[in-house]
Ligand binder design. Structure first.
Ligand code: NAD
Ligand code: UGA
Length: 462
């Protein structure tokens, strides 16, 4: 079997590497129009960091796993074509700020229609608005090929940082297809690929629209839990309740469950906000404004949480951070990834820069160029000197030296076990610590000399 995946990003790369790894009989070609990205996939330094990914890619690359920019050739050769390109929020025209930008999806469909002969199975792997399959089908059918194309929806549920683990042992694989004989056959063909390592009872098949909508719904529900606990964190700070204790107490109810109840400085990542806004847009366009407003609140609460964190810092630090040095621990949107898309750190740092604070940023995996670009700042000034507002540190100790405050914005494991005593001693007094991820023990931090604050913890309210 020959499979082509269009889009060698955070989903296309890891997902196809795992399929190639588990299905030696499959020839897997991952293609992209971005030459630099493909070059990185073919090099020792992969474009994305994911635990376990290096080993899998390097074990299969050149055997049955290939990365290439020859999109047309690999489309022609494939039996199954995954579309795995980006679907960002549209920032222009109708639906700007909420609808998905489907330009890249349509470009892929048109390319496939132009160069392929039909009879192929085209799989939506990207997260898409409900009914996108209908548009794809229209594009394919307009080509009048002898054998029609089959369109399937097979959304991806992996989370960054645990992508390989999630792909090797998924909670479920979802495949939606047309409820016709040919549709069922296509669903079965794709199911048989996953069945090489996923048990059949975990492979769920539905109609196309249920599958497309389930992906948006899953992300909306997950994000909703975070916004719910974050809303409670604000009440905790006002009342003296401790949000971790509340989360534990409610999470032991088997109907609620313990996962996704960790209060934080706000959820980030390329998808939660984008997918909820997509759902909001869909609801609005189907004449369901009340449903749209219900889901919009999840994003609004997240925006509130990010802003609230910076405001609380300001308040605690005598209402000014101007010319104060702030050590930022972590910039990625979560641990174990180098991805910064929609990271809460970007918003908090921007608010602090507006207050004219100096930032010393340390993240174990995010590049210096990425941080400056996310913050909309130049690394060098016009006269060639370094940007005075932002310094990138190679380790947390250097970042914190002579700083007024530390803010922990990503829950990297290494932040749990630093020598906070010597860090505190190297800082200006009072030495503030704001834990946006609740990774350190605040009482211990206080005993070491920090003026320590966490999200949803009593000390915030004091
Ligand atoms: P990404 O931006 O990392 O990768 C997309 C890739 O597609 C890019 O390398 C881009 O160059 C390429 N591309 C765009 N147009 C192309 C074209 N016409 N031909 C060939 N290549 C093209 O995006 P991602 O994070 O991998 O997300 C892809 C999709 O998967 C999105 O719809 C996203 O919502 C969904 N998704 C993402 C995650 C995640 O954790 N990142 C998880 C589940 C689902
Ligand atoms: C999320 C979903 O978990 C995946 O199932 C989905 O496939 C993916 O989106 C997608 O469609 O892109 P991801 O964004 O990679 O995955 O990572 P998550 O673990 O969900 O974390 C998202 C954000 O929420 C992070 O900023 C994280 O720190 C935050 N979070 C998560 C919390 O603040 N509290 C929690 O309890 C859990």
């Amino acid at each position: 079997m020959n499979i082509c995946c269009i889009g060698a990003g955070y989903v296309g790369g890891p997902t196809m590497a795992v399929i190639a790894h588990k299905c030696p009989h499959v020839t897997m070609n991952v293609v992209d129009i971005n030459q630099a990205r493909i070059d990185q996939w073919n090099s020792d330094e992969l474009p994305i960091f994911e635990p376990g990914l290096d080993d899998i890619v390097k074990a299969n690359r050149g055997k049955n796993l290939f990365f290439s920019t020859d999109v047309d050739q690999h489309i022609k050769e494939a039996d199954i074509i995954f579309i795995c390109v980006n679907t960002p929020t549209k920032n222009y025209g109708v639906g700007a700020g909420s609808a998905s930008d489907l330009t890249y999806i349509e470009a892929c469909a048109r390319r496939i229609a132009e160069v392929a002969d039909g009879g192929k199975i085209v799989v939506e792997k990207s997260t898409l608005p409900v009914k996108t399959a209908e548009s794809l089908k229209k594009i394919f059918d307009s080509q009048k090929t002898e054998t029609p194309f089959q369109v399937l929806s097979n959304p991806e549920f992996l989370a960054e940082g645990t992508a390989v683990e999630d792909l090797l042992d998924p909670d479920r694989v979802l495949i939606g297809g047309e409820e016709t004989e040919a549709g069922n056959a296509a669903v079965e063909k794709l199911a048989s690929v996953y069945a090489e390592w996923v048990s059949r009872d975990k492979i769920i098949t539905t109609n196309l629209w249920s599958s497309e909508l389930s992906k948006l719904t899953a992300n909306a529900f997950l994000a909703q839990r975070i916004s719910s606990i974050n809303s409670i964190s604000a009440i905790c700070e006002a009342t003296g309740a401790n949000v971790d204790q509340v989360a534990h107490a409610i999470g032991t109810d088997s109907r609620i469950g313990p996962k996704f109840l960790k209060s934080s400085v706000g959820f980030g990542g390329s998808c939660f906000q984008k997918d909820i806004l997509n759902l909001v847009y869909l609801c609005d366009s189907f004449g369901l404004p009340e449903v749209a407003e219900y889901w919009r609140q999840v994003v609004k609460m997240n925006d509130f949480q990010k802003r609230r964190f910076a405001r609380r810092m300001l308040k605690s630090m005598f209402n000014t951070v101007t010319r104060k040095k702030i050590a930022v621990f972590g910039f990625a949107f979560k641990k174990d990834t180098n991805d910064t898309r929609e990271s809460a750190a970007i918003y908090v740092c921007r608010d602090l820069l507006e207050e004219k604070a100096y930032l010393n940023i340390y993240d174990p995996k995010v590049s210096t160029e990425q941080i400056f670009s996310d913050l909309g700042q130049a690394q060098k000034m016009e006269d060639g000197s370094d940007n005075p507002l932002i310094t990138i540190a190679n380790d947390p100790y250097t970042a914190a030296k002579d700083a007024d405050a530390i803010i922990i914005l990503t829950e990297w494991d290494e932040f749990k076990s630093l020598d906070y005593k010597s860090i505190c001693e190297s800082m200006r007094r009072p030495a503030f610590l704001f834990d946006g991820r609740n990774v350190v023990d605040l009482n211990e931090m206080k005993s070491l000399g920090f003026d320590a604050h966490g999200i949803g913890k009593t000390v915030w309210g004091s």
